[in-house]
Design a protein around this ligand. Structure first.
Ligand code: PAF
Length: 285
């Protein structure tokens, strides 16, 4: 596996692959790779000749007081894991390489509306940071396809809308969430959980499965379901940020018509902010 850190080296290598007609997949990450990321790499290998993985802890998507400085950076293990998984190229640029020296006046990419709800409401500016860096990575690599985990459901929707609005010729593939045996979605932030919190953490998934099953049995009082789930989360030791049933098509509040729904939640357990989602079909929609 080739490891590069400058855009000019990256472009030179990609140029060689492109000139021999190879199909290129991109897997953008912030590192501290787990089995979920490695699944993205595996899927990418099935669909492209070359797989490029980026590791960049993007300062623009962290708010003041968030965990940018303490975000786990595990480059040595990540490099070994990617190499074992058969990635062709790891691109790990510095902050200056990506943003230059004047981040305050850097161009930003904003997908309005959807970026301001749910995670975007609790983390103002987060999705502008995500859209901006993903757009830049797309322009650096110009991949044929890019893969993202479904765990970040709202992020995936922001990226799909950005690609559509900016007419970027890139296929976006969402890959199912990888979970621990007890249902906890894999996340780099799970490492913040104490042993006791780790025991409690799967309650989030259990409660969400309960909500999905109620929706699937025809319950349409979504406010009641959200309230019940929030109370259960609190009882299990979480501090819920949001627990919301939305249209899976555009994340709008589901009216009486919507039948493709998604339950989304974010909740703190100690220092860790856990997010998860589950799609549910309402039979009466
Ligand atoms: O999901 C992530 O790890 C990040 O938000 C991403 C897509 C790599 C952008 O920094």
């Amino acid at each position: 596996m080739i490891t590069l850190s400058t855009i000019s080296d990256l472009r030179q290598q990609i140029g060689l692959w492109r000139s021999s007609g190879e199909r290129i997949a991109l897997v953008p990450t912030m590192g501290n790779l787990h089995a979920g990321h490695l699944t993205l790499v595996r899927r990418a290998r099935e669909q492209a000749d070359r797989v490029i993985v980026t590791i960049f802890v993007n300062p623009m998507q962290f708010g003041a007081g968030e965990d940018f400085d303490s975000y786990p950076r595990t480059m040595e293990q990540d490099t070994a894991a990617l190499s074992a998984e058969g990635a062709d190229l790891l691109f790990a640029p510095s902050v200056t390489q990506v943003y230059g020296n004047n981040r305050e006046q850097h161009t930003q990419v904003e997908v309005p509306g959807i970026s301001d709800i749910l995670c975007g409401a609790s983390r103002p500016g987060h999705f502008v940071g995500v859209a901006t860096v993903v757009c830049k990575l797309f322009n650096m690599v110009q991949p044929d396809l890019a893969l993202f985990g479904n765990k970040d459901f709202q992020q995936l929707m922001v990226i799909r809308l950005m690609v559509k609005d900016l007419c970027l010729p890139i296929e976006i593939i969402g890959v199912p969430t990888v979970r621990e045996d007890d249902g906890l979605a894999l996340s780099s932030r799970n490492g913040y959980l104490t042993a006791e919190e780790r025991q409690q953490a799967p309650e989030l998934r259990r409660i969400m499965l309960e909500t999905a099953s109620a929706i699937q049995s025809g319950e349409r009082d979504y406010a009641k379901l959200e309230k019940k789930a929030t109370q259960e989360l609190e009882k299990a030791g979480f501090s819920p940020d949001y627990y919301s049933i939305r249209s899976a098509v555009d994340l709008s509040d589901p009216g009486d018509e919507a039948c493709d729904l998604v339950v989304l939640a974010a909740a703190y357990l100690g220092k860790a902010r856990l997010i998860d989602n589950i799609q549910a079909h309402s039979p009466s929609g």
